[in-house]
Design a protein around this ligand. Structure first.
Ligand code: UT7
Length: 323
């Protein structure tokens, strides 16, 4: 009997404050025209003083639990992807655990920046398949606004804050139902650290640091790496691009989304796009987009859904699932 991890609920949360390109253009040397033309971004949400990665993650997780019709106490694993934890330690996953009132479960963070949610899904899927967990909360949550240099127009216009979550539940007999995670593929190449990084950390400067990025080079790598990992994950699942019902990509730049769809020969209407509304929310972007497409009725039970992301490290990955 095949045991698979299937999504039983999705949720998301955004900070209350929504900031337009126009508002940013009043603070830094940029314009609505430049941002829209080069990135497709129109708005981003920015966390207020009372909003942190864990508060956003907890709200998203609660929505996912509600959608799954599940009590927090049924969760035995929390994997939280973030590059902006509340504290250097302990893991933000344990703050979410406490806020949800879960007395005992496995809870830890994964750090793969924008690919973090893909890494988290892959780890939770492996633990569920191995019988080490039954009901997992997999969360991507960020407050990237806290590590932005608000005087660097190359980066500060690109990112936003938010959280998304899924409940992954063991599906016994998954081979028969066909539902669940069919394949995941992950990669990392640490040689490209200097193209996308934060210039601080506990063990180096003792500071949190700010995001630094050579955008043009990252763009080039992203298009190639994403096309490759999508091909790899589809063939691991025994599927072809034409089998995809929905592509839910990392939301870094509308031009990357277009290029990826073109390379796959995928109709752009099958790509879930939220970059215009949320900007790049790093590890939160894929689950935020997934939740939106589930809630508005686009993604339906048994659809073939492909998730992908690429980010600092470099790290990149993809997951193919039957929703
Ligand atoms: O999530 C992790 C993965 N991250 C990504 O995938 C990001 C990938 N990269 C990108 O999305 C794009 O490369 C950017 C949106 C970051 C930049 O777009 P680009 O078309 O590659 O622009 P560029 O870096 O080549 O810069 C073009 C010009 C430069 O001026 P000069 O040197 O040509 O005179 C920049 O100084 O645009 C200028 N510029 C801006 N102008 C107005 C850069 N940022 C801004 C800005 N407003 N905010």
């Amino acid at each position: 009997m095949t045991r698979r991890a299937a999504i039983s609920g999705t949720g998301s949360a955004l900070p209350a404050r929504r900031v337009s390109n126009q508002e940013l253009a009043e603070q830094v040397d940029t314009s609505d025209e430049w941002i829209v033309e080069r990135t497709g971004i129109r708005f981003r949400h920015i966390a207020g003083p009372d909003e942190t990665t864990s508060t956003l993650a907890t709200a998203a997780a609660q929505h996912a639990l509600d959608a799954a019709g599940m009590e927090a106490g049924q969760i035995d694993l929390i994997v939280l992807a973030t590059a902006t934890p509340d504290q250097t330690f302990p893991a933000t996953a344990t703050r979410v655990q406490a806020a949800l009132g879960i007395d005992d479960c496995v809870a830890f963070d994964v750090q793969a920046v924008c690919s973090g949610f893909l890494y988290a899904v892959s780890v939770a899927d492996s633990m569920i398949r191995a019988g080490a967990a039954t009901n997992a909360l997999v969360i991507g949550a960020e407050t990237f606004s806290r590590i932005l240099d608000w005087e660097d127009r190359n980066t500060c216009v690109l990112f936003g804050d938010g959280a998304g979550a899924v409940v992954l539940t063991a599906e016994e007999g998954g081979e028969q139902t066909g539902r669940g995670v069919l394949a995941t593929k992950l990669h990392a190449d640490g040689r490209h650290n200097e193209l996308l990084y934060v210039d601080g950390g506990p063990s180096t400067t003792g500071t949190v640091g700010k995001v630094r990025m050579k955008g043009r080079e990252v763009f080039r790598h992203a298009v190639v790496n994403l096309a490759n990992v999508l091909g790899e994950s589809l063939s691991a699942a025994g599927l072809a691009p034409e089998d995809i019902d929905w592509l839910v990509p990392h939301q870094a730049n509308a031009r990357i989304l277009d290029a990826t769809a073109r390379k796959l020969g995928l109709d752009p209407s099958k790509v879930v796009v939220t970059v215009d509304q949320h900007a790049n929310t790093s590890a939160a972007s894929v689950p935020l987009a997934l939740d939106q497409a589930v809630r508005d009725g686009r993604i339906k039970k048994n659809d073939i859904v492909v998730l992908e992301a690429m980010g600092g490290g470099f790290t990149w990955g993809a997951a193919v699932l039957r929703y």
